[in-house]
Design a protein around this ligand. Structure first.
Ligand code: HEC
Ligand code: HEC
Ligand code: HEC
Ligand code: HEC
Ligand code: HEC
Length: 186
């Protein structure tokens, strides 16, 4: 199912890449083009979630779990392997920030992993299993905000309750999930 998406999707995004020429640049992207090395999140590549996962014209409606595919099967949502990015970007050079796509291709050629900066993290003594939450029907946006509209992901989104214990517990109470200390703590 997901493999099919890649094959069908690549042709689809090639068509969409043409459309992207007409896209109005937002201020954020214009700023990135001027100073690509000072991407606000501090990421090594200015990866725009909105262009990939958004549903506005010129955006590509990719499912979150197309890239974060471990979210429904394991503890970590994980980041996609570089080969997944390269599969598209060896034919899509980018139109507004081509130098950012070039950085991706350079990491690939050097066989060097992209040093993405971690944004969301709970303390080491806390156990947070993604799969249990996705299987319970929760949406990514309930905890991470409207990621598909973000150029840059920041922890400041109000949907993120400061990743403190009160936030976890209040939803667990509301939904009848366990509030045993040992369920969340090692
Ligand atoms: C094309 C692949 C791709 C798609 C589609 C995608 N992401 Fe991501 N995601 C990434 C990459 C690469 C990063 C690391 C760079 C960054 O933080 O912007 C990331 C980072 C994140 C992070 C922060 C991870 C951390 O370090 O804590 C969250 C949360 C996230 N994505 C959620 C989502 C959600 C929700 C969707 C769907 C609306 C989505 N992503 C769609 C590739 C993708
Ligand atoms: C299914 C195909 C697909 C995948 C997979 C994909 N991208 Fe993209 N990406 C696109 C398209 C289409 C655009 C818009 C290109 C444009 O505006 O010309 C884009 C845009 C970008 C841009 C902005 C370029 C610009 O000129 O504004 C960057 C940076 C980027 N992608 C990096 C990545 C990274 C890193 C990954 C892997 C985590 C990834 N992409 C995965 C299709 C994909
Ligand atoms: C109930 C809240 C909640 C939901 C729903 C949720 N997450 Fe998370 N997410 C978290 C927490 C908490 C962390 C930090 C986990 C840690 O530090 O171990 C996190 C971390 C992440 C990370 C960082 C890397 C990792 O693997 O931990 C990514 C990427 C991410 N989430 C993506 C997603 C995506 C995509 C979805 C939807 C498929 C999603 N999340 C749904 C709470 C949530
Ligand atoms: C928006 C609601 C919501 C938030 C926020 C939330 N959870 Fe949950 N969590 C649930 C639900 C619903 C379940 C029950 C899933 C099931 O029954 O399988 C669950 C299950 C769990 C489980 C498995 C419980 C068991 O009985 O084995 C753990 C561990 C857990 N959550 C940890 C966390 C932690 C840690 C946080 C905060 C960082 C958190 N959750 C935030 C809704 C939430
Ligand atoms: C639903 C998940 C969940 C449950 C249940 C839970 N905790 Fe926590 N707890 C957390 C999270 C999340 C944090 C904050 C971690 C962080 O700051 O990154 C935390 C932090 C803590 C801390 C450290 C406070 C600090 O300042 O770092 C202690 C102590 C603690 N919890 C004890 C307990 C006890 C005792 C219980 C049972 C009465 C319990 N917790 C139940 C999720 C949970």
């Amino acid at each position: 199912m997901k493999k099919h998406w890649l094959i069908g999707g690549t042709a689809g995004v090639l068509a969409l890449a043409g459309l992207a020429f007409m896209r109005v640049q937002d201020a954020q992207q214009a700023a990135n083009a001027e100073s690509p090395d000072t991407y606000p999140s501090g990421q090594p590549i200015a990866f725009p979630h909105n262009i990939h996962a958004g549903s506005q014209p010129g955006q590509n409606r990719m499912d979150c779990m197309y890239c974060h595919f471990s979210a429904e099967r394991s503890v970590d949502a994980g980041l996609p392997p570089m080969s997944l990015c390269v599969g598209c970007h060896q034919v899509i050079p980018g139109t507004t920030n081509p130098q950012e796509v070039q950085k991706l291709m350079d990491y690939w050629k050097r066989k060097e992993p992209i040093p993405w900066v971690r944004i969301y993290k709970v303390a080491d003594h806390v156990h947070y299993p993604h799969a249990r939450h996705i299987k319970a029907g929760l949406q990514c946006q309930q905890c991470h905000g409207q990621v598909q509209e973000m150029t840059v992901i920041n922890k400041i989104d109000p949907a993120w309750g400061g990743h403190n214990m009160g936030w976890c517990i209040s939803c667990h109470r509301e939904k009848g999930a366990s509030t045993d200390c040992a369920v969340c703590h090692y």
